[in-house]
Write a protein that binds this ligand. Structure first.
Ligand code: NAD
Ligand code: UDP
Length: 336
């Protein structure tokens, strides 16, 4: 059985579906600070099994001890955490407590229970502003926000744990920009308030919830001047976790891999692709650069391909079609 922390959230829920499809039993632990309990019912439908759900916090050691004592858990996929870069600047302690202390509490409880297989949601943000693209795993790491530093710190903690106790099997997965949703339209990303990220914002413009998109800068040194990112379909990302788990079972040790497509698309490329998917124009205005943004970021995904035999399969159009289906489902009050 696999414990999925943050399994009611965006990436965790899609990974639960991939795990269940591969025949794994799962149990979700989530404190619902950024998700809703009704996701679990929809997850059970998609997984074809009653998904066990525990509402609780990864920082609650006694609860974790009980969880590990009462379920035959063999591995932990750790998605739980806070992820808003801007918020982390204003509330650094909340971020270090949730993301760093939370990971330490969880690892410590695993150690007490002698469960030593751990997959961590890291981020391309650990590369800061890269000197060049594509980005490979040996690029220097840097962080520009408390959120980014919390990811760096947990990456370092995991390396120390792997060094001290080589029987641990640990994956540090550096996600690029996850977008899209499950093709059923039953699960997806449903941010609270004004979306920070591009794709959910564009989807809300398409559904009439927002008037227009602000394109944060068109004077970057990129082909059309707007920021370029490596957008990856969340189902591909979910499948990357399965591949990483298989690798850990085969090889053990400490694995660090990028999960991206290896292709970069600009903000205007994304707007164009979404227009094709929803069949209508997306209004936008060019605005000033967003502080802290970088020009371009995309992965060198070759290590994941070599070591895991995994590569992203779903293209930009499918990302947008699936995101649009999900957005319509939210607008009808169905999902989210
Ligand atoms: P999300 O907010 O949708 O999911 C995180 C889930 O964790 C939520 O359901 C939330 O309620 C839960 N949670 C938060 N703190 C918790 C705690 N202390 N105890 C128990 N549950 C808690 O976010 P997501 O987009 O699915 O991201 C999952 C992970 O991937 C995060 O660690 C995030 O930093 C990382 N990541 C995300 C992105 C992205 O663009 N979405 C990119 C790189 C890395
Ligand atoms: N972006 C934008 N308008 C928005 C949100 C994002 O122009 O309302 C741009 C942003 O400047 C970046 C790209 O879209 O170039 C991806 O931004 P996102 O916040 O989704 O991801 P990240 O910056 O974390 O890579």
């Amino acid at each position: 059985m696999i414990l999925v922390t943050g399994g009611a959230g965006y990436i965790g829920s899609h990974t639960c579906v991939a795990l269940a499809q591969a025949g794994h039993e799962i149990i979700v632990l989530d404190n619902l600070c950024n998700s809703r309990a009704d996701v679990v019912g929809r997850l059970s439908r998609l997984c074809g099994q009653e998904v066990r759900f525990v509402q609780g916090d990864i920082r609650d050691g006694p609860m974790l001890d009980k969880l590990f004592a009462t379920h035959p858990i063999s591995a932990v996929l750790h998605f739980a955490g806070l992820k808003a870069v801007g918020e982390s600047v204003n509330e650094p302690l909340a971020y270090y407590d949730n993301n760093v202390n939370g990971a330490v509490q969880l690892l410590d409880a695993m150690r007490r229970a002698r469960i030593k297989t751990f997959v961590f949601s890291s981020s391309a943000t650990v590369y800061g502003d890269p000197a060049s693209v594509p980005i490979s795993e040996d690029f220097p790491r840097a962080a520009t926000s408390p959120y980014g530093r919390s990811k760096l710190m947990v990456e370092d903690i995991l390396a120390d744990v792997a060094h001290a106790e080589p029987e641990w099997r640990i994956a540090r997965l550096r996600y690029f920009n996850p977008v899209g949703a499950h093709e059923s339209g039953l699960i997806g990303e449903n941010p609270q308030g004004v979306p920070n990220n591009l794709m959910p914002y564009v989807a809300q413009v398409a559904s009439g919830q927002r008037e227009y998109l602000n394109v944060w800068g068109n004077d970057y040194p990129t082909p059309d001047g707007t920021g370029v990112r490596d957008y990856i379909h969340v189902v591909d990302l979910a499948e990357g976790h399965l591949a990483a788990l298989d690798y850990l079972h085969r090889q053990g040790g400490l694995l660090t891999v990028n999960l991206g497509t290896g292709r970069g698309f600009s903000v205007l490329d994304m707007v164009g692709a979404f227009e094709r998917a929803c069949g209508q124009a997306i209004a936008y205005k060019i605005a000033a650069r967003r502080p802290g943004d970088i020009a371009a970021c995309w992965a060198d995904p070759s290590r994941a391909q070599e070591l895991l035999g995994w590569q992203a399969k779903r293209g930009l159009d499918q990302m947008c079609v699936d995101a649009w289906r999900w957005q319509q489902s939210i607008s009808r009050g169905g999902g989210g």
